[in-house]
Ligand binder design. Structure first.
Ligand code: UQ1
Length: 437
């Protein structure tokens, strides 16, 4: 904490709010994640120093799309981590505090210490909360005796540690019933674990099983077919409508409840494990779900095409906390950031420019082995593929792996967080002009 605070002070342009800082801004952005910083970078440059505040309590920023690689031992956690001070836009003011409440009728955000920030415009990019506590026994079991989760920076390295020690028994990989970020991650790590166990010569002694609370292995049929083929060829057992409801750490057992409408719905099954990778249930942060900004499910209620709030026209949202009915990924946030910035700036500047429209674009790079990846790209609104390249991206490809492992992480740091990468739409015009797939 001390180190990164001194880093802030060393940087001539990064500004941390002091007690003398203003408590009123043209624009307040809640959240210093990928979506929040992409918006704050462009808007602070455009509106000038002192006009934009970013409310963010953490002194570290994580590039979360890298977590699967970290969990499989393919990248160090350090590659996914930067001091928040280093990624904060230089013209924005970093308000290093958590948001505790939003009062959109009064155009104000209340911070954890009770102070208030007034705004003319608000962008909510708060992300989504991991809810390990929703699974009985999980908080106590996590991080011990073979239970890990790539979703938590505190536990992602344990995935690799435990997989290196695993010699026999059941390796279970779970997917919850709630909306989650990166819906492909729960199964990607199963395939990378399979490869790792093969390399270690213990594959035949381990039964690898994927348990999903959902009724399909992937939401879009084209990629669901591809992933079913991958799972089958790799000997990964797929169990659908199975929702993890309890973990008994000392006994090394996981209990699943059968969902759906079949005759066995509601029945529970207890399975022993030597290794358990958990994708926790997720939910909106409490300060949002209890605010007037929320829809019935607790997400920020924005128009699916304009990203403007349905009741408060000076409020916008993007990313995991938004109600946008598409798959929650960094690629989606990048595409959303283009639309949000265009529409917000034309509102602020009164330019009357035609509104930009978000089409539900999202992408899920489904890594299946070292140098193999299915690059799912689709619209969550139409449910149809929307691929950037001319080849069939449902096929496992070394190019797709290289792009995801080596190119996009640099794009993320050097361009997305600086507001200049807003998704691959321009590349698609050249690389797949007919958009035939
Ligand atoms: C993307 O735009 C993006 O944002 C930086 C990611 O996050 C790291 C992605 O993982 C992907 C796949 C995209 C989409 C980009 C292309 C070129 C398909």
């Amino acid at each position: 904490m001390f180190a990164s605070r001194s880093a802030v002070l060393r940087r001539p342009c990064a500004r941390l709010m002091s007690s003398a800082a203003p408590s009123s801004y043209k624009l307040v952005v809640i959240g210093g994640g990928a979506g929040g910083l992409a918006v704050a970078s462009t808007l602070s440059e455009r509106l000038g120093r002192g006009a934009v505040a970013v409310v963010e309590p953490s002194d570290v920023h994580y590039q979360q799309p890298l977590f699967t690689f970290v969990g499989a031992g393919l990248k160090p956690l350090a590659d996914a981590r930067r001091p928040m001070a280093d990624v904060m836009p230089p013209d924005a003011t970093w308000v290093r505090s958590a948001a505790a409440a939003v009062d959109p009728a009064a155009n104000a955000v209340t911070l954890a210490d009770g102070s208030r920030l007034a705004y003319d415009y608000l962008v909510v990019a708060a992300g989504i909360q991991l809810d390990f506590g929703a699974v009985r026994g999980l908080p106590e079991a996590l991080g011990k005796n073979g239970v890990a989760s790539n979703y938590s920076p505190a536990h992602v390295q344990q995935t690799f540690e435990f997989l290196q020690r695993l010699r026999h028994g059941n390796a279970l990989f779970t997917m919850p019933a709630t909306p989650i970020k990166c819906a492909g991650a729960p199964q990607k790590i199963a395939y990378l674990a399979e490869e790792l166990l093969r390399e270690r010569g213990v594959r035949d002694a381990v039964d690898i099983r994927y348990y999903s609370a959902l009724g399909k292995i992937f939401g879009v049929d084209k990629y669901a077919a591809a992933m079913s083929r991958v799972a089958e060829s790799r000997g990964v057992g797929v169990n659908l409508f199975q929702d993890l409801v309890a973990v008994d750490g000392p006994a090394n057992t996981a209990t699943f409840k059968q969902l759906g409408s079949g005759p066995d719905a509601g029945r529970t099954t207890t399975v022993s494990y030597e290794f358990l990778h958990v994708t926790p249930p997720m939910k909106p942060f409490d300060f949002l779900s209890s605010s007037p900004l929320a829809n019935a499910a607790g997400f920020v209620d924005v128009h699916p095409h304009s990203l403007q709030h349905v009741r408060f026209p000076n409020v916008y949202s993007l990313g995991d906390c938004s109600s946008l009915p598409t798959s929650k990924t960094a690629a989606a946030a990048a595409a959303q950031s283009r639309v949000l910035k265009h529409n917000l700036l034309s509102q602020i500047e009164g330019s009357g420019a035609p509104a930009a429209e978000y089409d539900g674009y999202t992408s899920c790079p489904l890594v299946t082995a070292k140098h193999k990846l299915v690059l799912a790209e689709f619209s969550g609104y139409s449910g149809k593929p929307h691929e950037t390249f001319f080849f069939n991206q449902a096929n496992e490809h070394a190019f797709s792996y290289w792009l995801t492992a080596d190119v996009l992480p640099e794009v993320y740091w050097k361009s997305m967080l600086k507001g200049t990468w807003c998704g691959p739409a321009t590349i698609r015009k050249f690389a797949n002009p007919t958009s035939s797939n």
